[in-house]
Design a protein around this ligand. Structure first.
Ligand SMILES: [Zn+2]
Length: 336
């Protein structure tokens, strides 16, 4: 296993040099994945996870703001910060070709990245009960800011509601950081808009400051104010299907403003795509990995229509994301 091992550094402070760096220069201060362990007044640590997807740069800017905050204020609570895929951050990539996705490694697995995640998780477990865990991400589509939770307990909902009133509940994929940490403490993944979005950075930072100062997350959230969506299916394009988001000639053509559909209802009868090829070009997989596309879509002539209403999330037009991950998710709104 030794030759596979990814180094994991442990620091006792955020290096001063972070002030003037850009995200692609991160390895000047974090040559390898790093845990930063900071002592504060309240010893129950807040866990932060940054740069798991290394082209989602907002978490780097949050870390810069946090460095400034800590240099000006006494830290109200212990902090554990994991700075993840610095190798891919250097190249502004989600992850490198020879790597695993750093946000799909938080369950048992045999790769060097899985072993790294296990060491981080084991370390966090030795630091006593955690106050909460916050994993900071961006997405590529036109999405509002929202938090993802993996348990519907009120501390989890309250934590996410401090960031945004819209939230997504999911259990799949179960290999993400927030699912693993949800077993230890209230846990949230923040989707802070597109990489570098200033308002998203500010909101994430404010949530962290709130969590440093709050004594408990055990508060009710006003249900009229909070919208929780549950992912029902992950949409993938079938292998080998030629697709397009413009008028370009392709067998499968999605609407031009595809990313603007995020968090809006796709009503029954809505034309999801045009398709002129053979067979059915889309897969929808539920949490159990079962194909459920016929529950959501119906083909009428060359139109693929919604068979029942669903909400869109994480819809993206980025071919790299579509190939590595998916086209997006279909959701229902939960009544709480
Ligand atoms: Zn991400």
């Amino acid at each position: 296993m030794d030759h596979l091992e990814i180094p994991l550094n442990i620091y006792q402070q955020i290096p001063e040099g972070i002030r003037n760096l850009s995200p692609t220069e991160v390895r000047r201060i974090f040559p390898h994945p790093t845990i930063i362990r900071l002592k504060g007044r309240d010893p129950k640590p807040l866990f932060l996870s940054f740069l798991l997807h290394a082209n989602e740069q907002s978490s780097f800017f949050v870390l810069q703001k946090l460095h400034k905050y800590i240099s000006e204020n006494e830290l109200p609570r212990d902090l554990i910060i994991f700075v993840g895929n610095v190798y891919a951050a250097e190249k502004n990539k989600r992850f490198l070709e020879d790597q695993q996705d750093y946000n799909r490694i938080w369950q048992e697995g045999k790769t060097a990245e899985h072993y790294l995640a296990k060491r981080v998780l084991d370390y966090a477990k030795t630091q006593g009960p955690l106050f909460a865990s916050i994993d900071v991400h961006n997405n590529t589509g036109a999405n509002p800011h929202y938090g993802c939770i993996n348990k519907l307990d009120r501390e989890y909902i309250y934590l996410a509601s401090l960031f945004a009133k819209t939230m997504v509940y999911f259990r799949n994929p179960g290999t993400v950081q927030s699912v693993a940490f949800a077993e230890l403490c209230p846990s949230v993944t923040l989707e802070c808009g597109q990489s570098g979005d200033a308002q998203g950075i500010e909101r994430a930072f404010q949530l962290i400051v709130d969590c440093l100062n709050l004594e408990t997350l055990d508060h009710p959230s006003p249900s009229s104010d909070v919208h929780i969506f549950h992912t029902q299916g992950q949409i993938k394009i079938a292998d080998g299907v030629d697709y397009s988001f413009s008028d370009r000639e392709a067998d499968l053509i999605f609407p031009k403003e595809f990313e603007k559909l995020n968090f809006s209802p796709l009503p029954e009868g809505f034309t999801f795509a045009q398709y002129s090829g053979d067979g059915f070009p889309l897969h929808v997989f539920n949490d159990a990995g079962e194909e459920i596309s016929s529950e959501f879509f119906v083909k009428r002539g060359d139109r693929i229509e919604m068979k029942k209403e669903a909400f869109a999330s994480m819809f993206t037009t980025h071919r790299e994301v579509i190939a590595q991950d998916c086209l997006g998710y279909l959701m229902e709104e939960l009544e709480l």
